[in-house]
Design a protein around this ligand. Structure first.
Ligand SMILES: [Zn+2]
Length: 294
């Protein structure tokens, strides 16, 4: 008895390594790992209780996170690995993830990718500085692109579970409403010069016809002299009086900007799981922050 049980288990484990259609033996639900929070939020809504969606707890921006060897191993064992594409999650290319189980949620959007130029593509400043690479990756800030990503997730999950089409319709409707809300909120700011504190708002800018120039600052750090000079250079030709921030900036930075007539507004891209609320509530808070500028 013991032996045959062991062999059965060993057989299941072996099958799990070589085939994509063997589910987590304990739960019978597929395990779905994601590289950022928006993809996890979409997957959670689309799968309901049909999948175990995992987005590991991490500090900072998931785009520049690196897993431990153990965490990378967990990703490799997942039934599905949801990727953002557009060179997001710099750790992915070197992690030997199993290609057949990787789903690039932005496949098909390549013509809408936005190339980065200027400071964002290079590391500079402090030791903690990071380079964004060649492509802007915050695709989900254009809800139309987020709808595409959600559709890719739904298709991939449907291979594993009997999903409710109503969940996709509801998520799509929420994203379309967000799109309409953002369009209305930004309408009065069209062509108004705006500042981004970090180069993450490109797809938002493109979608809503904004006129934004970005520096490469962090909400929890004080810009050095060179970074202030860079802002001064931008302001010479780009007379902005609003700066969008990923999170509440340091009070002294906010005050220094206010002294230059620049108002700080939090527009959280929500790449990481929020402390409170969820993707939609954070996006609605962003909408409200823009509305409040009027
Ligand atoms: Zn950056």
């Amino acid at each position: 008895m013991m032996k045959s049980g062991y062999l059965l288990l060993a057989g299941l484990l072996f099958a799990g390594c070589s085939h994509t259609d063997v589910r987590n033996a304990e739960t019978s639900r597929p395990s779905v790992y994601t590289v950022n929070y928006p993809l996890a939020y979409f997957a959670e809504r689309l799968a309901g209780d049909q999948a175990d969606v995992v987005f590991p707890e991490m500090e900072g921006d998931p785009a520049f996170w690196a897993p431990t060897a153990e965490q990378a191993g967990e990703y490799r064992k997942a039934d599905l690995i949801l990727l953002n594409g557009a060179q997001y999650a710099k750790w992915v290319p070197n992690a030997a993830l199993p290609q057949p189980r990787c789903i690039n949620t932005s496949a098909g959007l390549e013509e809408q990718f936005i190339a980065l130029d200027g400071s964002a593509s290079h590391a500079h400043g402090s030791a903690a500085a990071h380079a964004h690479g060649e492509l802007a990756f915050t695709l989900w800030l254009n809800p139309e692109l987020a709808v595409h990503q959600a559709g890719k997730i739904f298709d991939a999950l449907s291979e594993w579970a009997d999903l409710d089409k109503g969940a996709l319709a509801a998520l799509t409707a929420d994203l379309e409403k967000l799109d309409a809300d953002l369009a209305a909120a930004f309408q009065s700011l069209e062509n108004t010069p705006l500042l981004g504190s970090h180069p993450v708002y490109q797809y938002l800018t493109a979608r809503y016809g904004l006129n934004m120039e970005s520096v490469h600052w962090e909400p929890d750090a004080e810009p050095d002299a060179g970074m202030w000079r860079e802002l001064a250079d931008i302001l010479e030709t780009h007379h902005a009086d609003v700066m969008l921030w990923e999170d509440e900036p340091l009070p002294q930075v906010k005050q220094a900007l206010a002294d230059k007539g620049i108002k700080s507004v939090v527009f959280n891209p929500c790449g990481n799981r929020p402390d409170e609320g969820d993707f939609m509530s954070v996006m609605q808070a962003n909408v409200q922050a823009v509305r409040n500028l009027k």
